[in-house]
Write a protein that binds this ligand. Structure first.
Ligand code: PMP
Length: 452
């Protein structure tokens, strides 16, 4: 079987002897790669399990930062990749159209277009590239230059994308000058409401800040090309905004002729239980960026835009590898599983439904743990996009306890990832079964007891 609800198997001290050797080489030879507080060197995947070079097998609750939607080597994805690689591995999309890529565009756009409202796709290689494409398109289409992003956001590390990114200054320090004409507004975080607001009023507070402060004192609304926002904020803490915020932001954009860009790189592709995370709200953007989970780990990204917005001249933007056919084949196969054309044993009709079911279970169990452990201040999310925030006795962020819990989980065989100032994100592969989720929870319980 592809997956089974076994326990992780830790056979050596972590890191083991082989991992230690590779970690040493990595530190000597690579530039900035390794950032985790715990060492792990993967060798073999199997569903939601990863075995390291020393034979230690871990359960995966991070999916390579919300990437490995279908696990590490799903047979359906492997087959699609092999078949396409055996046909041809690359032809430049700027030279020749390709069957698989046009099909991929059609199947992605099917999730967003509406009758009478056609959309188009542009393919790149990474989330940052999709974001760059979105900024370029928004400027080109509107003839305006200013872009507004949010505090706590992450949009990537190329120049446009780091400028938009509003999380950590280390991404920007020493790299300037950045892109001109970018402003940041607070993100409506109901757990830590900005601008003196409350959980209920934080959305409206951000909207009035835009209208009454930013547009009046910093940048006139009619010079703003676009507002880019994660419909659910990822790196910033897995935060879900109030239900009416995005529809009201849409209305604000419409009043001022501003394009609305939803960065779905982390929360999209079924992770939240719906295809796009914005589909939890009654709202439609003008532009969408997608990457990460789109092809189960093969490098491909997409920028989708309304046809009425995708008005840049032919050939004005493109890239050599963007829309690579092998990656596109992996994306199509990933869509098969997400949409239920191909089913995964133990995961119901399709992986979005599975994400919702298993995510609801995990969130309910974490809320019980929050009742038991006062240092868990908040449990939030949708589907398998879940944030768990650690707080001190005053309710302030407690990154130390978060790090201790994260390491305690890792030592017991659960791969996990931080986000925000003091949260852990649960972003497992969407093929995680209820039984496997239960195994993960057992580890979480042991780890929390150990750091209490
Ligand atoms: N947007 C969001 C919302 C992201 O989470 C990320 C990556 N964490 C990016 C963009 C950048 O993606 P990439 O690392 O593929 O460039």
């Amino acid at each position: 079987t592809l997956t089974s609800a076994r326990r992780p198997e830790i056979k050596t001290a972590l890191p083991g002897p082989k991992a230690t050797e590779i970690l040493k080489k990595d530190a000597e030879l690579l530039s900035t790669s390794y950032m985790r507080p715990f060492p792990f060197v993967p060798h073999q995947g199997e569903g939601v399990w990863l075995t390291d070079v020393d034979g230690n097998t871990m359960l995966d609750f991070m999916a390579g930062i919300a990437v490995s939607t279908t696990g590490y080597n799903h047979p359906h994805i492997v087959q699609a990749i092999s078949e396409q690689a055996a046909r041809f591995m690359h032809v430049c999309l700027t030279d020749f159209p390709q069957e698989g890529v046009t099909e991929l565009a059609d199947r992605l756009l099917a999730h967003v277009r509406r009758p009478g409202e056609p959309w188009r796709a542009f393919f790149g290689n990474s989330g940052a590239e999709a974001v760059e494409a979105a900024i370029k398109l928004a400027r080109n289409h509107t003839g305006r230059s200013h872009v507004i992003s949010t505090i706590g956001s992450f949009h990537g590390r190329t120049y446009g994308a780091i400028t938009l990114t509003g999380s950590k200054t280390k991404y920007k320090r020493g790299f300037g000058p950045l892109l001109p004409n970018v402003s940041h507004i607070p993100y409506p975080n109901p757990f830590r409401p900005p601008l003196g607001s409350t959980a209920e009023t934080c959305g409206d507070a951000v909207l009035s800040y835009l209208e009454d402060t930013l547009f009046k004192t910093v940048i006139p609304a009619d010079e703003v090309a676009a507002i880019i926002i994660e419909p659910m904020q990822g790196e910033g803490g897995y935060i879900v905004p109030p239900a009416d915020f995005l529809p009201k932001l849409r209305a604000l954009c419409d009043r001022h002729g501003i394009l609305l860009i939803f960065d779905e790189v982390q929360a999209g592709m079924g992770r939240s239980g719906k295809f796009f995370s914005f589909q939890h709200f009654d709202v439609q953007p003008d532009i969408i960026t997608l990457a990460k989970g789109i092809a189960s780990g093969m490098p491909i990204s997409a920028m989708l835009a309304k046809e009425s917005v995708m008005t840049w001249p032919v050939g004005s933007h493109g890239s050599t590898f963007g829309g690579n056919p092998v990656a596109a084949a992996a994306a199509l196969a990933t869509l098969d599983l997400l949409e239920g054309r191909v089913q995964h044993p133990g995961c119901g009709e399709n992986l979005m439904e599975n994400a919702e079911r298993v995510g609801n279970f995990l969130m309910a169990e974490f809320r019980k743990l929050a009742a038991e452990y006062p240092f868990i201040g908040d449990v939030r999310g949708r589907g398998l996009f879940i944030g768990v925030e650690f707080v001190d006795e005053q309710g302030n962020p407690d990154p130390k306890r978060r790090d201790a819990a994260s390491v305690a989980m890792f030592e017991r065989g659960l791969l996990n990832l931080d986000c925000g100032e003091s949260s852990i994100r649960l972003s497992p592969p969407l093929i995680l079964t209820l039984e496997e989720a239960q195994v993960g929870l057992e580890i979480v319980r042991e780890a929390l007891a150990a750091v209490r």
